[in-house]
Design a protein around this ligand. Structure first.
Ligand code: SF4
Length: 455
């Protein structure tokens, strides 16, 4: 690895959105329902390939969670990235189908590695992490829509804040064809239960599935945002590829299936990006599959770059969050005006009201956001995020992080809760952010930080 020059950060995009992400891979295990037709079966974590970077790193340490997190912390140190605010993501297969004891041990090991100390219990490890050098500000679990609702309390105990659901498409006929083993109703139920519990929700979407076509993909994609039963906060868009040792591979050789071409995917992506509302962030487009594991389909992993460059050339205004983030504007040396305003978008979702608060400049460059949900379960902040290059705790920022924008968002949200005559505001908080909320008058109640609001 090339070492950075003094003061330089290697691969700055990794922490450009304000946090330092650490992916932790699970040991290989088959999904209980069998195998979705497009999923490769390669004796590595389900749906991954032996040469995926995260699998290679994890298999070297025998999928030991502690060692994986430690190694990533060291790698970020070598690249000169701040390592104060860590977002953990547990990936590979369906974590919630593993043995329950293993799940707890795995999560605890992640906190232990961040703390550089092995605690007796998970609660002890979390308590220690509240003031540790490497704080877990967010924890993400990937799961299936049918392995979710029954485990919400468990995920809360782990300190999870975000759940990524393998949704792919919202169509029961296609689910059957591709052997997903769950229904659209499962997606609807999981989305509602997760939102009511305060989780941020990401959907994995897969255009070009068996039984779909460009038109159908677009119609069903629009539905994600027009039907209040869905409305995800984030998306990962992974067009269907033919991978080795999958049922789809056999169909491909028998000429029963063809993936989209690069041109088709680009065309579809441009249409999709244009309809994504302001409250949704596209985390990633295209899976990082090593080209030698793609039997058919596009190998262009960085397709997003081309698509966005084309959209920017045409001066297209997109609502999607990542397209508007200050970190990328600064990286691309675009002009960033610093007079800021607050915008609030209110929308209905899963039988509740969502308030999406944003701090933007006059060119709609996004500095920070907050998601508030008001439903029968009460008022809950599902996310607060200030964008820009991640900084160390206590470091004074110039733009974006550490300039008081978080406090501004918190003051505004409390006003909204007060106007709605709600006496208690809860926050789903990463363990490492509890201290921040304590300083704003919140206290720990169960797994949430809460504050009484005078109405
Ligand atoms: S649920 Fe995910 S990991 Fe499991 S078989 Fe289907 S695609 Fe693969």
């Amino acid at each position: 690895m090339l070492l950075p020059k003094p003061g330089e950060i290697r691969k700055p995009t990794k922490t450009i959105s304000g946090i330092t992400p650490i992916a932790v891979m699970l040991p290989p295990r088959k999904c209980d329902h069998g195998s979705c037709v497009y999923c490769p079966n390669l004796n590595v974590p389900q749906s991954y390939t032996p040469k995926s970077p995260v699998v290679m790193r994890a298999s070297k340490v025998n999928y030991d969670a502690f060692k994986q997190v430690k190694a990533r912390l060291e790698a970020f140190k070598a690249m000169n990235h701040p390592r104060d605010k860590i977002e953990l993501i547990i990936m590979g297969g369906t974590f919630l189908q593993y043995d329950k004891k293993f799940q707890y041990k795995f999560v605890k090991a992640c906190y232990d590695a961040l703390n550089n100390k092995i605690s007796k219990t998970l609660v002890d490890a979390q308590k220690l992490n509240e003031s540790s050098k490497h704080r877990c500000v967010a924890l993400c679990i990937e799961t299936r829509p049918d392995e979710c609702v029954q485990f919400i309390n468990r995920m809360k105990k782990w300190g999870a804040t975000r759940v990524e659901l393998g949704v792919q498409i919202v169509d029961d006929k296609i689910y059957k064809k591709v052997k997903r083993g769950h229904t659209v109703e499962d997606v609807v139920d999981a989305t509602k239960a997760l939102k009511n519990a305060g989780f941020k929700i990401g959907y994995h979407i897969m255009p070009g599935l068996l039984g779909s076509n460009m038109e159908k993909d677009l119609v069903l994609f629009k539905k994600l945002f027009s039907d209040s039963k869905f409305k995800p906060d984030q998306l990962k868009i992974y067009p269907c590829q033919v991978m080795p040792c999958s049922e789809l591979e056999r169909m491909y050789w028998k000429k029963q299936y063809n993936p989209y071409t690069k041109e088709q995917i680009s065309k579809l992506l441009i249409k999709m990006l244009k309809i994504i509302p302001r409250y949704c962030r596209v985390m990633r487009i295209m899976r990082e599959i090593p080209p030698e594991y793609i039997v058919a389909g596009t190998i262009k992993i960085d397709l997003r770059k081309d698509v966005e460059a084309e959209l920017r050339k045409k001066d297209s205004k997109l609502g999607e969050i990542r397209y508007r983030e200050i970190g990328f504007a600064m990286r691309d040396k675009r002009e960033v005006k610093t007079s800021l305003k607050l915008e609030v978008t209110k929308y209905k979702a899963s039988d509740g009201d969502e308030y999406f608060l944003e701090i933007v400049n006059e060119d709609d460059i996004l500095f920070g956001l907050l998601r508030l949900r008001i439903s029968k379960s009460g008022a809950i902040i599902r996310e607060i995020h200030v964008y820009g290059q991640a900084l160390k705790l206590g470091e004074v920022g110039k733009l974006g992080q550490h300039t008081g924008l978080g406090k501004w968002l918190m003051q505004e949200v409390e006003k909204i809760v007060k106007r709605n005559k709600i006496k208690k505001l809860s926050v789903i908080s990463g363990v490492g952010v509890r201290e921040y909320y304590r300083n704003l008058g919140y206290r720990l109640q169960g797994t949430y930080m809460v504050k009484n609001i005078k109405v």
